[in-house]
Design a protein around this ligand. Structure first.
Ligand SMILES: Nc1ncnc2c1ncn2[C@@H]1O[C@H](COP(=O)(O)OP(=O)(O)OP(=O)(O)O)[C@@H](O)[C@H]1O
Length: 282
């Protein structure tokens, strides 16, 4: 079998704070094979952003890896040089954020940003521009050639998210990290973007790490899911198995809180009290 695109093994991360150490991630195991879409689901504060920042090696200054490791395409992430890391980000791993305004430069035209992001490609500017226009068309942005002269803020929220996906895919990553990419969108737009993401993933053959607190979005898009609770993966497996026969009380609570959400596959997760497990055990 080929090397997994992402292998997180027994990863633990603490934050040093004035109040002491905060265990943000504890013994996380997560594997994404070639062409797989894996969802990480959990409520706010469970450690999703910490996991993403570790995979990108862009951790906060007060973060400390206390155990385990991460391999991307078989290479130990924590052994890469600064140069190798820069090459990896973008070329091997790209990210789409929840708020696309975070990832687009507001004062640079869409065309220039899409050309600049292809800086690794040994092709002419004209070819880069043509690739950019073709990619905008692929993600479903109308009149792509005209959009080259516009600025991201001139697009609607849904179109900006399509632009973010187009920018990420222009780098032809092996792993696309989608960090709550549809949370800011209404339900109809969310479904459109999820379906587009799935379609593009199949066409480009990349793997996707889809991070979300939307149970329905994860169910719609992903092949596998890892459920996180308080810094741990409490349950993982195939989507159908986990959602139809959840083993962990937290997963069961998520589903029981919102059974219609899984049916509709678009609803948002309710927030579970932080001390849920303690309450469930007592
Ligand atoms: N730089 C930091 N210093 C101290 N604590 C932090 C830091 N960053 C995150 N935390 C804490 O670590 C835990 C995990 O946070 P993280 O942001 O990874 O969770 P999350 O699931 O991504 O939540 P959200 O969806 O709200 O971003 C939380 O308790 C959070 O308060």
């Amino acid at each position: 079998m080929s090397e997994p695109v992402l292998k997180v093994s027994n990863l633990s991360i603490d934050y040093r704070t004035e109040q002491g150490r905060l265990k943000a991630l504890r013994n996380i195991d997560l594997t994404i094979g070639a062409g797989e879409i894996v969802g990480v689901v959990g409520e706010s504060g469970c450690g999703k952003s910490t996991l993403i920042s570790a995979i990108l090696r862009l951790m906060a200054n007060n973060a400390e890896v206390t155990g385990g490791g991460i391999a991307i395409n078989g290479r130990d992430l924590f052994k890469l040089s600064a140069r190798e890391l820069r090459m990896m980000r973008g070329a091997e791993v790209s990210i789409v954020f929840q708020d696309p305004m975070q990832s687009h430069n507001p004062v640079i035209s869409i065309g220039r940003q899409m050309v600049d992001i292809q800086f690794r490609e040994n092709i002419s500017k004209k070819e880069k521009l043509n690739r950019a226009i073709a990619m905008l068309a692929e993600v479903g942005i109308p009149e792509p050639a005209e959009k080259m002269k516009q600025y991201p803020f001139e697009l609607s929220g849904g179109m900006r998210q399509r632009l973010a996906i187009a920018m990420a895919l222009l780098c032809r990553p092996k792993l696309l990290i989608a960090d709550e990419p549809t949370t800011a969108l209404d339900a109809t737009l969310e479904v459109q973007i999820l379906d587009k993401l799935k379609d593009l993933q199949q066409r480009y053959g990349c793997s996707v790490l889809f991070v979300s607190h939307h149970l329905g979005a994860v169910a719609r898009l992903c092949d596998k899911v890892a459920v996180m609770y308080k810094g741990e993966v409490v349950e993982s497996g195939d989507i159908d198995t986990v959602f139809s026969n959840p083993q962990h009380p937290y997963t069961r609570a998520l589903i029981e809180c919102d059974p219609a959400g899984l049916e509709e596959r678009t609803r948002m997760l309710p927030t579970i009290p932080a001390d849920f497990l303690e309450a469930a055990r007592s």
